[in-house]
Design a binder for this molecule. Structure first.
Ligand SMILES: Cc1ncc(C[n+]2csc(CCOP(=O)(O)OP(=O)(O)O)c2C)c(N)n1
Ligand code: SF4
Ligand SMILES: [Mg+2]
Length: 314
């Protein structure tokens, strides 16, 4: 049964500001329409916990996340949300951040977008807002496909993954968006694992408190698109981290790199990660080649963090 609640805009402020008293509930309310085991839903719970009673405004471009909101006058969200086009999300958020500053509000402005909206279609305004160092926290929940429209490939889709537009498996690797965002020399760039809650919470807290453009990347399993078990979403992220596939690190001002989790580089975690997802079941995943690519990317990351190449501890 749906339990969507009515969203009543605050007349004097156009519905865009709220005080802590307005949100005694999580940002994403219970009874929303997301699939079971949706990593994006888990991401919202993490964000809600970090935001706590801070006043926030959110911009969400086209994605599963904006479908989640429901139809006016209902909303599954317990915070003010602007639904934007893909291309304008970071520009809309820039405007909101400037308005908040000029009005003397303490509101934090956040963009919450999928990989399609971040890596691909919205990238121009994201890059521009990052270059201007706008006071925005941009969070990309990355389910590695265009989930909302039926599971087409994005530039975040991993190599060999089956999608509706890569029926033989994607033939090029995932784009290194974290590296690209860090190259903008923004104050804070980090990857967030939903399987490592203390680290995730610390990063969200830091990102909320830091001024300027901050970028967080959240690997967000999508049971529907990944053809995985809903109950395994958090375990899948843990496997991705343990195997070295998902590097958990942060970059300050584009140059100081800190690795947060030193993975065991477990081959069995990598095997289980691939075997647990139907999107890799077309037989194209080459584990040996994947291991080689993971090792190479870790050599590079370790060098950037100032670690000796074989250093095994934090
Ligand atoms: C310019 C434009 N092109 C295409 C669409 C159709 N569209 C809506 S949501 C979506 C997929 C979004 O993918 P992503 O950003 O990864 O979010 P997800 O659906 O996976 O949550 C697409 C292609 C659109 N709304 N606007
Ligand atoms: S399609 Fe994927 S991202 Fe979209 S609501 Fe379902 S599980 Fe979540
Ligand atoms: Mg997506």
């Amino acid at each position: 049964m749906k339990t969507l609640q009515t969203f009543e805009p605050e007349p004097a402020l156009g519905g865009l500001a709220h005080t802590p008293a307005d949100r005694p509930e999580p940002i994403l309310r219970a009874g929303n329409t997301n699939c079971g085991g949706c990593g994006m839903s888990i991401g919202w719970q993490l964000l809600s916990r970090a935001v706590a009673d801070r006043p926030v405004q959110l911009v969400i471009p086209a994605s599963c996340s904006i479908v989640t909101a429901g139809t006016y006058p209902f909303s599954a969200y317990g915070a003010p949300i602007v639904a934007s086009t893909f291309a304008s999300a970071a520009a809309v958020a820039s405007g909101l951040a400037h308005a908040a500053r000029l009005n003397g509000e303490k509101t934090r402005v956040l963009c919450w977008a999928g990989d399609g909206g971040t890596y691909d279609i919205g990238f121009a305004t994201i890059s521009a807002a990052a270059e201007r160092n706008e006071d925005i926290l941009f969070i990309c929940y990355d389910n590695e496909i265009y989930g909302n429209t039926g599971g087409q490939r994005s530039s975040a889709t991993p190599q060999n993954a089956w999608t509706t537009t890569t029926p033989g498996g994607k033939d090029v690797p995932k784009k290194d968006l974290l590296g690209i965002m860090a190259a903008h020399r923004i104050p804070y760039t980090a990857s967030v694992s939903m399987a490592h809650l203390d680290d995730a919470h610390r990063k969200l807290e830091h990102a909320l408190a830091t001024p300027g453009f901050r970028f967080l990347h959240l690997l967000a399993p999508c049971p529907t698109g990944w053809k995985s078990e809903p109950a395994e979403s958090v375990s899948l992220v843990r496997m991705a981290v343990d195997s070295g596939l998902y590097a958990v690190y942060e970059v300050f001002d584009g140059n100081r790199v800190r690795i947060n989790i030193d993975p065991t580089m477990s081959d069995s975690a990598l095997e289980r990660y691939i075997a647990s997802q139907g999107r890799f079941r077309k037989g194209h995943a080459d584990l040996k080649a994947l291991r080689g690519e993971i090792d190479a990317s870790w050599r590079e990351l370790r060098a950037r963090a100032g670690w000796a190449s074989e250093e095994a501890t934090r």
